[in-house]
Design a protein around this ligand. Structure first.
Ligand code: ZN
Ligand code: ZN
Length: 163
């Protein structure tokens, strides 16, 4: 979706609101199984003393795969949008986006910001216990029958008790 900024380019204080949905084609991550709905963004571009700034919020409802236990979980990801728009990106700064015919390509900017903000770890919950390295049981569902010596803290304890 193109957003034409012509009317605020020369107008400090001017602003243009936007509201759009993001295309998810190409936004593939191994831990994202699906997008529940198209990610939705709301915000504005404003002329801050001669500099065009895009700000807003992008919300995505995701079905993810947990890195530790492999279970699916749902998550709502919010990305704060903050980008600078320039007429010419001479230094090819990746944080700057360029105007083309006085317009910006919202989809391109939003998907770039979304990718940059992507988590490096996907966990179904912060204290996900993961799978037992021995028997593969999902330890969130309860302990397995393997020896507790798997845990190095218990191994140390056992050594102390053996003496
Ligand atoms: Zn998990
Ligand atoms: Zn086990």
């Amino acid at each position: 979706m193109l957003l034409n900024l012509k009317e605020i380019i020369e107008v400090p204080g001017g602003s243009i609101p936007f509201s759009c949905e993001l295309e998810t084609e190409g936004l593939d991550f191994p831990q994202i199984r699906a997008y529940e709905t198209r990610p939705h963004a709301e915000g504005r571009v404003y002329n801050k003393a001669g500099i065009l700034v895009l700000e807003g919020l992008l919300t995505a409802e995701l079905v993810c795969i947990c890195d530790r236990c492999g279970e699916e979980f749902r998550s709502i990801k919010e990305t704060r949008l903050d980008a600078t728009i320039v007429e010419e990106n001479l230094e090819e700064n990746p944080e700057f986006f360029t105007l083309v015919n006085d317009s910006i390509d919202l989809n391109e900017i939003l998907s770039t910001l979304f990718v940059l903000d992507m988590e490096t770890k996907f966990l179904c919950k912060e204290d996900c216990k993961g799978l037992c390295p021995s028997c593969g049981k999902n330890l969130n569902l309860g302990p397995c029958g393997c020896r507790k010596a798997m845990d190095p803290r218990f191994a140390v304890l056992e050594q102390l008790l053996d003496k």
